[in-house]
Design a binder for this molecule. Structure first.
Ligand code: SF4
Length: 363
C-alpha cells in the first residue's frame, strides 16, 4: 500500500538526511543547538482520547505545575530562537491552546524570523490565534481523528459539539490563509484505532470539503492504550487499505493524502530498525514544569529530565550536550521505550553517518 504520491513531503522520515551536520555533531559528542524545539506550554487537556500518549502526565499527581507563565514562555522562546533553534512547535503534554498567550508568542517569534508550528485538537483556537498563525506560522496539524461527530464523542470521551468546533476552526483557517496567500500549511490529522477505523474515507472527504492541504493518517500506538510494548492493536487492515485506496483517488493539486506506513510493522504496530538512541539532540523538549526532557516520547518523566529551563532559559547552555545528557542517551533501554518518534532518525544516524551505507562522498 502506497504512503503518498510525492516523496518530497514533510512526513517522509528521509527528511532526516537534511540534518547531517547535527548528526555528525552528535557522534562527535559536540551537540549543536537543536533544529527544533517542542514546547509544551501546558500539561492539561480538555479531551480524553483513548490513545493519548500524555496520559502519564495528565493523570500524574506528582506533576504540580501544569502551565508555563506568560513571562517564562516569552523568555524561553526568545532564548531558543536566539540560540539558533530553527522551528518551534507548540504541542503535547495536552492541548497547547489551553495556554492563553500563544498568539502573542507566535507574533514575537515570527518577527524574529523563527518558524512556528502547532499540534492541537483544534477545539480551543480563537480568531486572534488564527490571525497570528496564518501570518507567521509554517504549519498546523489538527487531530480530528474521525469523520463524524458521533464517533468523535466516543473516541475522545467528550460531547459531539467539539467536533463541530474543531471543523469550524479548520474552515476559518483555510479561509483566512487562502485570502492572505501565506505559506501556512493546514493538516487534518487522523490516528487510526480499531474504533475509528471505519471512518477514514468519510474523514478524507470532509477534509477535502473543508479545503485543508493534507490529511495525515497513521496508526495509534498500542502501548499508549494497553500500557506495554508487548501488546499489539488489531487493526482491520483490509478495510483500512481499501479506504486508503479510495482516499488517494480524491487527491488533486491542492489536496494530498498521506497514509504513513514506513514507521510501522506490516500489522501497523511497533517497529524498531535501530540499536541505539542517538537522535534526541535534534530536538529540545521543554515542559511547563520547567524540565527539559530527553525526547518527546519521554516528556513528563522525571528520570528523563536532562536539566531545567526554569527560571532562566540560559541554564540550558550548561547541560545541553553535557555528561548527563550524553550518558542518558547511552543508557537508554530500548526495550522499555514506547514507539519512537525519531526511530527513523536513529536508524539514519546508525546506517548513514556511522556505517556510511550510502557512500556519502559520491553524490
Ligand atoms: S523513544 Fe527511546 S529511543 Fe526514541 S528518542 Fe526517546 S529515548 Fe531515544
Amino acid at each position: 500500500m502506497k504512503e503518498w504520491t510525492d516523496p518530497f513531503n514533510s512526513f517522509n522520515s528521509l527528511k532526516g538526511l537534511l540534518y547531517r551536520k547535527w548528526m555528525e555533531g552528535i557522534i562527535a559528542g559536540d551537540f549543536l543547538p537543536p533544529v527544533e524545539a517542542s514546547i509544551d506550554p501546558v500539561f492539561n487537556c480538555n479531551l480524553d482520547c483513548i490513545w493519548c500518549n500524555s496520559q502519564n502526565i495528565l493523570k500524574n499527581p506528582d506533576i504540580n505545575v501544569h502551565i508555563m507563565s506568560r513571562e517564562h514562555l516569552i523568555n524561553l522562546c526568545r532564548f531558543l530562537a536566539e540560540w539558533g533553534v530553527k522551528g518551534l512547535c507548540f504541542a503535547g503534554g495536552g492541548e497547547p491552546f489551553m495556554h492563553p498567550d500563544l498568539a502573542e508568542v507566535t507574533e514575537m517569534l515570527g518577527e524574529m524570523g523563527a518558524d512556528t508550528a502547532f499540534l492541537t485538537n483544534g477545539t480551543l483556537i480563537k480568531d486572534r490565534d488564527i490571525e497570528a498563525m496564518v501570518k507567521y506560522s509554517r504549519w498546523i496539524g489538527v487531530s480530528i481523528d474521525t469523520g463524524n461527530r458521533e464517533n468523535y464523542a466516543v473516541i475522545k470521551k467528550t460531547k459531539p459539539e467539539l467536533f463541530d468546533e474543531a471543523v469550524e476552526n479548520l474552515r476559518k483557517m483555510v479561509e483566512m490563509r487562502n485570502r492572505m496567500g501565506s505559506n501556512f500549511e493546514i493538516s487534518y490529522k487522523y490516528l487510526i484505532y480499531p474504533d475509528n477505523a471505519p471512518f477514514i474515507y468519510e474523514a478524507v472527504k470532509l477534509a477535502k470539503d473543508i479545503g485543508v492541504d493534507y490529511v495525515h493518517i497513521r496508526p495509534a500506538a498500542a502501548e499508549n492504550v494497553l500500557g506495554s510494548t508487548d501488546f499489539h492493536l488489531q487493526f482491520p487492515l483490509d478495510s483500512i487499505n481499501e479506504q486508503m485506496q479510495k482516499s488517494f483517488e480524491l487527491e488533486d493539486e491542492n489536496f494530498r493524502v498521506f497514509g504513513i506506513r514506513h514507521k510501522f510493522s506490516p500489522s501497523m504496530n511497533l517497529k524498531r530498525n535501530f540499536t541505539r538512541c542517538l537522535a534526541p539532540p535534534l530536538l529540545i523538549n521543554c515542559g511547563p514544569d520547567g524540565h527539559v526532557y530527553l525526547c518527546v516520547d519521554h516528556r513528563g518523566k522525571k528520570q528523563f529530565s536532562i536539566g531545567k529551563h526554569y527560571p532562566d532559559p540560559e541554564n540550558i547552555l550548561t547541560f545541553w550536550g553535557g555528561e548527563k545528557h550524553r550518558n542518558m542517551m547511552k543508557n537508554v533501554n530500548l526495550d522499555v521505550c514506547p514507539r519512537c518518534t525519531f526511530g527513523v532518525y536513529n536508524e539514519i544516524i546508525e546506517k548513514t553517518i556511522i556505517e556510511d551505507r550510502m557512500c556519502r562522498n559520491f553524490p
